[in-house]
Ligand binder design. Sequence first.
Ligand SMILES: Cc1cc2nc3c(=O)[nH]c(=O)nc-3n(C[C@H](O)[C@H](O)[C@H](O)COP(=O)(O)OP(=O)(O)OC[C@H]3O[C@@H](n4cnc5c(N)ncnc54)[C@H](O)[C@@H]3O)c2cc1C
Length: 317
Amino acid sequence: MTKQTRLTSPETNPTTISIPELRAALNGRVIAPDDAGYDEARAVFYGGIDRRPAVITRVASAADVSQVVSLARETGLNLAVRSGGHSLAGHSVSDGGIVLDLSDMKALQIDTEQRTAWAETGLTAGEYTTVAGTHGLATSFGDTGSVGIGGITLGGGVGYLVRKYGLTIDDLLAADVVTADGRLLRVDAETHPDLFWAIRGGGGNFGVATRFRFRLHEVDTIVGGMLLLPATPDVIDSFVAEAEAAPEELSAIANIMPAPPMPFVPAEHHGRLIIMPMLVYAGELEAGERAIAPFRALATPLADTIEPKPYPEMYEP
Ligand SMILES: Cc1cc2nc3c(=O)[nH]c(=O)nc-3n(C[C@H](O)[C@H](O)[C@H](O)COP(=O)(O)OP(=O)(O)OC[C@H]3O[C@@H](n4cnc5c(N)ncnc54)[C@H](O)[C@@H]3O)c2cc1C
């Protein structure tokens, strides 16, 4: 249980937030509409989402999270929870509401013997993977380093190690969650098992996760990178067949889209449909080269960055 401070009283307008009181109550930062940095703090990954919250709280601890959840409950203001800010629907920012932004909470404790990690939910997939990679360890997240571990984990998490180790939630061992009543709960298979079940795929609907305990796997040098192929029906069809037939060490995430006018794409292909698979073989390197060969043979690649590399480099731009 965390100590709670009442920030509004029934005598005052219940939807009025006292910014000075909130600043005094929280250890983290409070960003109000008149503050420098407000526009930057309310911006999310997808352009076109232009919302103006009443206040943005950059929480510093689970106790702060509990206070902010209680403030939202008491005032009735909309609460938008933000980890990495990549929600397509813009769920991590709201008009006139409170943003609970976890991005200052980035503590990461790795137990190399147990191969587990406690990770605060302000970390991005790239930040977590870079630190875990210094120990030759990894947990599977998605294909983009800037995605927050908060959103991707609560949503399930399909990533570069999915065929070998499963979804991100298959490696979730426990979580600390602040529920709507402001309580901080440790949830795992034995303690609050229903809530543990619900957060593994149920998104942010059941509470605010302040940190996760993950299983780590030995993942050091992988064979991986990006291929760019012309997206003819034959190539797409064969790509799917090869991905299904590949050994489980190989995971593929592919986008089909018009070729962007990037310098590495030959000019005559700009705007034409391409398939852009990101491939990772997590296993013995020569076997990886063999497993990737059929993908390279689907068509003459327009670009090919696949090579042996430390796993965290998959998240570098
Ligand atoms: C470029 C891009 C690439 C992607 N690639 C993949 C991929 O390869 N694999 C994959 O599985 N997904 C992928 N996704 C989807 C991504 O996992 C989801 O959009 C995810 O929810 C984003 O998490 P976030 O923390 O960055 O976003 P946010 O917008 O911060 O959060 C997303 C949702 O989760 C809630 N939430 C976030 N943190 C918490 C928390 N700690 N407690 C409670 N609720 C919380 C938010 O309120 C919001 O509803 C991708 C998305 C983008 C934009």
